[in-house]
Design a binder for this molecule. Structure first.
Ligand code: F6R
Length: 630
């Protein structure tokens, strides 16, 4: 155990890919060892957004390095109930598409709870499932994800230490989390068949993976909290060989990352000092400049004031640094600049920085927005119906191609009538959805003063699966960004720096942007500055903020109106994300006002709202860097 707070082994990696490769390497090693002994390797498998890179890496090892799966037996943790195996959201389908279809596990050795078993047969099915695991000698290596309720498998709060494979009811939070995959909470099954906590704990080795800030609080509870049936993952603390594999974001709430000074001596640098000062100021609800040596000493920060010979200069340094982040002139006053905003979806630009965007325009800079993916997946079918009707009537009024218009409208009507939730849209329906989002994006950008000619639609191919799950980033995706960089030749770039958007689209857009920028910078006459804004899901921690652009009350209402231009996302969004019932404009306002409030409580000027940005490369303290494995 790395410290007194953590009750089981934890490995923290810089990112998901590195953590997933480490888990895949352990599995590959097990398979090879077992094969050399002439034995079978029994794997317990999970689905969901988390383990996908483990499967991708195992597939790579199979294809490129000859990893042979012919001695492998698998048991999946769970499956929705009832569900057909070919349904889009079925775990049978998911496993085939993401793993089984690409490796050579013998078909008869694959076991997944059946979503089709009748109600009177479920109990005996579950008993048999357990029996089959036992007959194979038990699970050698179990992969787990963790739900926001702390579930492992679908062992929701209340699941006991001894629970076995059974039919369970999904928690309301879990159903909300799954709503995006099912295109609406109402389509999520109420029940699932899941291996129990007791069944999972019998695995010889367990790897729990968790990625993204949205997992950070529950990960902290599972690792540092007391064992309790209200968080099933805490039972893993009693397992002799369970390790948590985390990315930095999911580890953020662990004491060693959030408050390392409570654990002992730290590697103090400017960033960690600032983090500690802000933490103390918030903890005591006292402005930075009023913090005393006693406050520091009484709250585990004696080492810091010892190093700095008292808190006087420390407070002033932290205060000044925060003051210097505040600017009403984000592009500077010297000369007009070219600004390129990379907006993953068509509304992220205004949700995250409509105020700053408008200010750039007003201050005479040339602003371009590049919308990276089309975002058509988030348009409701009824809007397509309405627009098709509008176009037909419009064309009727003006006598424009009525025959062709009518035949497209008829196709759309028929297609939508027969569509089940999650079905991939026909090309015509997709085209209308793309158009809806495009015209909304242009309307919102124009509202902020950006001309239509400066709105660019990249339509990156990785997004265009028609399904929630996206393809990996390929050369064409990167090329789309390179092209716009070459065209605009920006002085300043803004990009979304999210790590926890629900489907990973923001993360993928950022990865593509970074690759493109690396290429572009090789030959660019001058390298652009890169600033990151956070998406709709969270804000930068204060110590990470490098630029804070204050918004007056009127500017914030203008921002709201810009967001309203995205009519198809208003009232209810298709993918609001599982963690928040508020609309996007409400989140944006709450977040911008909360940032202003925070600055105020730290003793800085009191503004109405603040849009916050961090400058790339994002700084990481030496102390947190030392926690990361490569
Ligand atoms: C999936 C499973 C679940 C998930 C958990 C996290 O087979 O049993 O416990 O691991 O809900 O899901 P993601 O990875 O989608 O966040």
């Amino acid at each position: 155990m790395s410290n007194r707070f953590e009750k089981l082994p934890v490995k923290i990696y810089e990112d998901n890919a590195r953590a997933s490769s480490a888990v895949a390497a352990r599995i590959a090693d097990l398979i090879r060892r077992r094969s050399a002994e002439g034995k079978k390797a029994v794997l317990g498998l999970a689905t969901g957004h988390t383990p996908i890179n483990v499967y991708r890496e195992l597939i790579r090892l199979h294809k490129n390095e000859g990893l042979d799966f012919s001695n492998v037996i698998t048991f999946n943790l769970d499956e929705y109930w009832p569900i057909q195996p070919d349904a889009f959201q079925s775990y049978h389908r998911w496993m085939n598409e993401n793993f089984f279809g690409h490796v050579n596990i013998p078909k008869g050795e694959i076991n997944i709870p059946a979503g089709t078993v009748g109600p009177d047969k479920v109990e005996s099915f579950c008993r048999q499932y357990e029996e089959n695991i036992r007959r194979c000698g038990g699970i050698d290596f179990q992969i787990l994800g963790i739900g926001r309720t702390g579930h492992i498998g679908f062992n929701e709060p209340g699941s006991g230490r001894e629970s076995r494979t059974r039919l369970v009811y999904l928690d309301a939070v879990t159903r909300k989390d799954a709503a995006g995959d099912f295109f609406g909470e109402e389509n999520v099954p109420a029940q699932a068949i899941s291996m129990g906590v007791g069944s999972i704990l019998e695995g010889r080795e367990i790897a729990l993976l968790a990625f993204g800030e949205h997992k950070a609080p529950i990960v902290q509870r599972a690792i540092e909290g007391e064992i309790s049936s209200s968080v099933a993952a805490t039972f893993l603390q009693s397992h002799p060989a369970c390790t948590f594999y985390l990315d930095e974001a999911a580890a953020a709430c662990l004491a060693r990352m959030a408050t390392p000074w409570l654990l002992g001596s730290c590697v103090w640098d400017e960033l960690l000092e600032r983090k500690a000062v802000i933490w103390l100021s918030q903890k005591l609800s006292r402005p930075i400049l009023k913090l005393t040596d006693e406050d520091y000493a009484e709250n585990g920060l004696a080492e810091l004031i010892h190093n700095r010979r008292g808190c006087y200069q420390l407070n002033i340094d932290a205060f000044k640094r925060l003051m210097n982040t505040i600017t009403g002139w984000p592009g500077g006053k010297e000369k007009p600049k070219k600004v390129l905003i990379l907006s993953p979806h068509p509304d992220d630009d205004v949700i995250c920085m409509a105020g700053t965007m408008s200010r750039f325009v007003k201050q005479g800079h040339e602003v371009h927005v590049a919308y990276m993916v089309s975002g058509f997946l988030s348009v409701f079918d009824y809007d397509v119906d309405r627009f098709a009707d509008f176009v037909r009537q419009f064309n009727d009024i003006f006598g424009l191609t009525p025959k062709q218009t009518r035949s497209i409208e008829e196709h759309i009507e028929k297609f939508l009538r027969n569509k089940s939730p999650g079905d991939i849209d026909s090309p015509e329906v997709q085209a209308v959805k793309i158009l809806i989002r495009r015209t909304e994006a242009v309307a919102a950008a124009k509202f902020c003063g950006v001309s239509e000619a400066n709105c660019h639609f990249l339509n990156m191919p990785f997004y265009n699966t028609g399904k929630v799950q996206k393809l990996p980033i390929v050369r064409q995706d990167v090329h789309a960004v390179e092209k716009i960089l070459d065209e605009v030749k920006p002085d300043i770039i803004f990009a979304a720096g999210d790590m926890s958007d629900p489907h990973g689209t923001h993360r993928m857009c950022l990865a593509a942007a970074m690759q493109a920028l690396e290429q572009y910078n090789k030959s660019a006459a001058r390298k652009p500055e890169l600033w990151l804004y956070r998406g709709a899901w969270q804000e930068w921690p204060v110590e990470q903020i490098d630029m804070a652009v204050p918004l007056a009350p009127d500017e914030l209402s203008q921002k709201r109106r810009a967001i309203f231009r995205h009519q198809s996302q208003k009232d209810t969004a298709m993918f609001p994300g599982p963690y928040d019932n508020r609309e996007f404009w409400q989140r944006a306002e709450d977040r911008n006002m909360a940032s202003a409030k925070l600055y105020d409580t730290l003793g800085l000027p009191e503004y109405h709202a603040i849009e916050a940005f961090a400058r790339w490369p994002i700084k990481r303290s030496a102390d947190s860097r030392k926690q990361l494995l490569s």
